[in-house]
Write a protein that binds this ligand. Structure first.
Ligand SMILES: *Cc1c(COP(=O)(O)O)cnc(C)c1O
Length: 394
C-alpha cells in the first residue's frame, strides 16, 4: 500500500463546498487587498490564540521579518536563532539587518533551550527567536526569564506550531512584572495555566504555507503580540510604512495577507483543533509501533507540552538507506533538515564551521519525518510502521 507523505487534496475535498463559496464571496466582492476578510481572520485568530493583536502578512517569513525590522537594529546587533530549523528563521533575521548568531538544540526535543541560547549570548545580543520545531514548544518560561534578565526581545517562530500549548506553573506567570503576555491574555486556554504557542514572547510569527497545520491556498502569515505599539508598527510596515496612503513614517514593504487566503483560512480555522487531535492520534500509534525498535528513537514530548505534530520525526540509524527503502515501497518521508544553518554557504561570512554545533550536526544525519497529516487512516500508519520495522529487522 502506497502512503503519501502529504496529500492536501483530501482536506480540500472534505471542505470543498464551503471553500469554494468563500472564494466566490471574495471574487464577488472584488475586494482583494486587506478589507473585511483579512480583518475578520485577524480577529478570529486573536480570539483563538488569546492574544490582543494579530496582523496578517504575506508569509511566515515576513511575520518574522517585520517585528525584527520594527526593532530597528544597528549594524552588528545580534539575534540568536537555532541552527536546526527551516531557513526562513535565519534568513528573516539577516534580512532585517540583524546578525544571526546560531545556537544548538536539545537532542531529544529538537528545540532550543535557555541553556543553548545562553551559550550563544554576547553583549550585542538584542533578540532571540525560539522556534517551536515540528509543532512542539520550546521551554518558554526559562527562555523568557533569560531574555527578560538581559532586556532582550523574544520573537517566537510558531510557524509549525499553531495550536500547540504549554503549561506553566502559575507562579512563573504572576512573577513576571515586566508586562509580558501572560495568563491574563490567554485566559481562553489558560484557566489551567496553559498558553498558546506564539503568545508568550514579545511577538509570535505564524505561517499559513499550504503544508503547515493551518494552510492556505498559497502564501500567508500572521504576527501576534500583546504590545499595541508593536502591532501598529507591523501593520504599517506591511503597507509601505504608512497607515494613510501617501504618508510614510517609515520604509516598509508590501506584505499584506491576501483576502482570498484569509477567506480560505477562515473556513479552515474551526477544524484546526480536530486536525491536531488526529495528528496526535497518529503520533501515538507510531510511538507504540517504534518504542522497542532498535536503531529508531521516537520523538520526545516535554510533559508540559501539547504537541501539534506538524512533523513526526524519528532519529534513526542508516537514515538515507531507510528513506530509499521506503520510497521503493511507495511510502513518502521527509527530511527536515539535512544541514545546519551555520554551515550554509550564504552564512559563510558569519564564520560557522563543522563541529561548532554538535547536536544540530548529529541530528541532520539522523532525522526522518513520516506521514502525519490528519486525513491518514490507521491502516496507513500501520503500513508505514510495518515497512520501517521490516527494514530494521530484516
Ligand atoms: C514555514 C516556516 C517559516 C516560513 O514560513 P513561510 O510562510 O513559508 O514564509 C518560518 N519558520 C519555520 C520554522 C517554518 O517552518
Amino acid at each position: 500500500m502506497a502512503v503519501p507523505f502529504l496529500d492536501l487534496k483530501l482536506q480540500y475535498h472534505a471542505l470543498r463546498a464551503e471553500l469554494d463559496q468563500a472564494i466566490a464571496r471574495v471574487v464577488g466582492s472584488q475586494r482583494f487587498i486587506l478589507g473585511p476578510e483579512v480583518q475578520s481572520l485577524e480577529e478570529e485568530m486573536a480570539q483563538y490564540l488569546g492574544v490582543p493583536f494579530a496582523v496578517g502578512v504575506a508569509s511566515g517569513t515576513d511575520a518574522l521579518l517585520l517585528p525584527l525590522k520594527a526593532l530597528e537594529p544597528e549594524p552588528g546587533d545580534e539575534v540568536i536563532v537555532p541552527a536546526f530549523t527551516f531557513f526562513a528563521t535565519a534568513g528573516a533575521a539577516w534580512n532585517s539587518g540583524f546578525t544571526p548568531v546560531f545556537c544548538d538544540v536539545d537532542e531529544s526535543t529538537f528545540n532550543v533551550t535557555a541553556g543553548s541560547i545562553a551559550a550563544a549570548w554576547t553583549d550585542r545580543t538584542r533578540a532571540v527567536i525560539p522556534v517551536h520545531l515540528f509543532g512542539q514548544m520550546a521551554p518558554m518560561a526559562e527562555i523568557r526569564a533569560l531574555a527578560r534578565s538581559k532586556g532582550a526581545f523574544v520573537l517566537e517562530d510558531a510557524a509549525q506550531a499553531i495550536g500547540a500549548r504549554q503549561g506553566f506553573p502559575a507562579a512563573t506567570l504572576t512573577e513576571d512584572p515586566a508586562g509580558m503576555p501572560s495568563l491574563s491574555l490567554t485566559e481562553g486556554v489558560a484557566a489551567g495555566g496553559w498558553a498558546m504557542a506564539g503568545t508568550l514572547g514579545d511577538a509570535g510569527a505564524f505561517s499559513f504555507f499550504p503544508t503547515k497545520n493551518l494552510g492556505g491556498f498559497g502564501d500567508g502569515g500572521l504576527v501576534v503580540t500583546a504590545d499595541e505599539a508593536l502591532a501598529e508598527i507591523v501593520a504599517k510596515l506591511r503597507v509601505h510604512g504608512g497607515r494613510q496612503m501617501y504618508s510614510h513614517e517609515m520604509v516598509g514593504t508590501n506584505s499584506r495577507l491576501d483576502a482570498l487566503q484569509a477567506a480560505v483560512l477562515r473556513v479552515k480555522l474551526p477544524h484546526l483543533e480536530r486536525w491536531a487531535e488526529a495528528r496526535r492520534r497518529h503520533a501515538l500509534l507510531y510511538d507504540e509501533i517504534f518504542s522497542d525498535l532498535p536503531g529508531v528513537s521516537i520523538p520526545s514530548v516535554a510533559s508540559n507540552n501539547v504537541h501539534v505534530y506538524n512533523q513526526y520525526t524519528l532519529r534513526v540509524d542508516r537514515r538515507d538507506e531507510l528513506r530509499e527503502y521506503l520510497g521503493q515501497g511507495g511510502i513518502g518521508s521527509g527530511l527536515y533538515y539535512p544541514k545546519g544553518l551555520h554551515l550554509q554557504e550564504c552564512f559563510a561570512p558569519l564564520g560557522g564551521k563543522e563541529g561548532d554545533l554538535p547536536v544540530t550536526e548529529q541530528l541532520t544525519g539522523e532525522v526522518v519525518s513520516l506521514p502525519i497529516f490528519p486525513e491518514l487512516n490507521e491502516s496507513q500508519i500501520t503500513e508505514v510502521g510495518r515497512a520501517i520495522r521490516e527494514f530494521y529487522t530484516a
